[in-house]
Design a protein around this ligand. Structure first.
Ligand SMILES: Nc1ncnc2c1ncn2[C@@H]1O[C@H](COP(=O)(O)OP(=O)(O)O)[C@@H](O)[C@H]1O
Ligand SMILES: [Mg+2]
Length: 311
């Protein structure tokens, strides 16, 4: 039987998107589905912000799976610059080409220059690759780890999906890729970038949704076990200060996520120190300012990394 490819614009409503995501073992609530649906419909990037483990990266992966499109991932880090995100010339191959031409007795400098700046000597990095690949899903993951300069550059690329390469000319996306930008909010991302996108703050799911996600991802897990796992991740009443994520990380993720968090904190602190005026109080300060969800004050859960069921 032929499988019908779904295009982003084929999806008629947030409810239909919820159903399609569910088929790929991703459970989205109405708010997330509405933001994602509008982003797909309007051809705008989707900006997802939220604590680690709430399903930001996974949504991009699931969108790629349901649209049957390659996922092109740009993992951000401090010091990431435009060249690493766009393209590079393959110097080794260019040199080899010059040597071969020399051996063949070709001495026409103009011709050789033209040849070494041919498309085949260009290595496409994620942004160029996404613009050249149709359809594709571009995941710009953890933009909060990159510097301001990179953010400004990304804003430019996301505005017109055009990249100009001095030696080759301009590359423009026929159909822009589906773009998902994520941030763990270790620092504030500039408003201009958020305005370019459809922004959605991803909350930790409710206990019931959490149980549903566990059962959807691990069909062999009984309702009772899923409830116990979800419950273990929430702090017991009267034990303030116990963070939900720790328990769950230790149980299901071998503590790896916890280690990641320990690494992330001093780094976030450094950044906030640098931008002290811009982000008063840093991440912790902001977390305190955000209104707590009813009945879950102080709770911070980190979702276990579980794999989708085998299809
Ligand atoms: N809504 C969801 N539906 C199904 N699985 C989810 C959902 N949210 C999170 N997960 C699970 O949690 C894991 C971690 O999510 P991830 O997307 O990596 O978090 P982050 O927000 O840090 O990018 C995923 O691999 C997936 O197994
Ligand atoms: Mg992620």
């Amino acid at each position: 039987m032929l499988r019908r490819t779904i295009r982003a614009t084929d999806i008629k409503s947030p409810d239909e998107l919820i159903e399609l995501l569910d088929r790929h073992a991703y459970l989205a609530d109405e708010g997330l589905a509405t933001a994602a649906f509008l982003a797909l419909r309007m051809g705008r990037p989707l900006f997802l912000e939220g604590e680690a483990g709430v399903g930001k990266t996974e949504l991009a992966k699931t969108l790629a799976a349901l649209l049957d499109a390659p996922l092109i991932r740009l993992q951000c880090y401090e010091g990431l610059d435009a060249a690493q995100a766009l393209y590079d010339w393959d110097f080794a191959r260019q040199l080899l080409h010059l040597k071969a031409a020399e051996a063949a007795g070709i001495t026409d400098v103009g011709r050789l220059e033209g040849e070494i700046y041919d498309r085949r000597f260009l290595i496409a990095r994620p942004l160029l690759k996404a613009i050249e690949t149709q359809p594709s899903v571009l995941l710009v993951d953890e933009i909060d780890r990159a510097d301001d300069e990179f953010e400004a550059f990304l804003l430019e690329v996301l505005s017109d999906f055009t990249i100009s390469i001095p030696e080759l000319g301009t590359v423009k996306a026929g159909t822009p890729p589906v773009v998902v930008v994520t941030s763990n909010r270790t620092r504030e991302v500039h408003d201009a970038l958020k305005r370019r996108c459809l922004y959605h703050w991803l909350e930790h799911p409710s206990f019931e949704r959490e149980v549903a996600i566990l059962r959807r991802r691990l069909p062999s897990c009984t309702e009772k076990l899923a409830e116990q796992v979800a419950a273990a991740a929430w702090p017991a009443p009267g034990r303030p200060g116990q963070t939900a994520g720790r328990g769950r990380d230790a149980r299901l993720d071998g503590g790896a996520a916890d280690a990641g968090r320990r690494r992330a904190r001093p780094r976030a602190g450094r950044r906030h120190a640098r931008r002290g005026a811009e982000v008063p109080g840093g991440r912790r300060g902001r977390a305190r300012q955000r209104p707590a969800r009813p009945g879950t004050e102080g709770e911070r859960a980190v979702r276990p990394c579980v794999s989708p069921p085998p299809s």
